[in-house]
Design a protein around this ligand. Sequence first.
Ligand SMILES: [Zn+2]
Length: 236
Amino acid sequence: MERNINVKHAQSTNSSSITLDIDEYCPHCKNSVSPHIIYAVTSKPIQRDSFNSIAIFLQCPRSVCSKFYSLEYPCSVSQYSAIDKIKNSIKYTYSPHLENTLPENLKATFPDFIKIYEQSLEAESMGLDEIAGVGYRKSIEFLIKSYVIREHPDKKDQVESMFLGNVIKDDLTDIPRVQSLAQAAVWIGNDETHFTRIHDDKDIRDMKSFLEAAALFISANLKADEAAEFTASPES
Ligand SMILES: [Zn+2]
């Protein structure tokens, strides 16, 4: 997102107004945010023909995160004098620890899914977006197939060898909202694993949010099964 920022010149009382294209993702919580800009300054005093850059200090506006971080942009002298736009920041790598916040009953019921999901989180934490994308795609397959096999143990061999798309279409008809979420996650996930990308407007974060929403529905279904079993037994 483009933000007009007042940039203080290093070792000077002067400042310039410059438009920067700010990455909308917090590097700590990986959520889409409009960060607070605390301060912006050039890295060196301004001298013609020397490399300079702008560093900005930001804070994630989400109260559960609120972490600080920095971005840096290359900047030529001419860009200080007029309102100008700088699009590409210099690559910084943050390695936040992304926690698995999915409900506990998924861990107990689908350990293989959780193992792949947590390894994908680890890859995403290390900035390995491509590997994480492939991992999340694999984790959706394990979540959906494990859930269907749990509901229909007699179909185990059949489900294991089926294409995931067909399992979603044929075996999730009783939970259509999970069907849509899984389908959406898989469409984006296939882009992560194939050479050619079809859904350019969606990325790994969209896939992860569809995957997590599907997992929450499935977790709620497991809980509802537990409650139904409990209430079906004679009251003690
Ligand atoms: Zn954040």
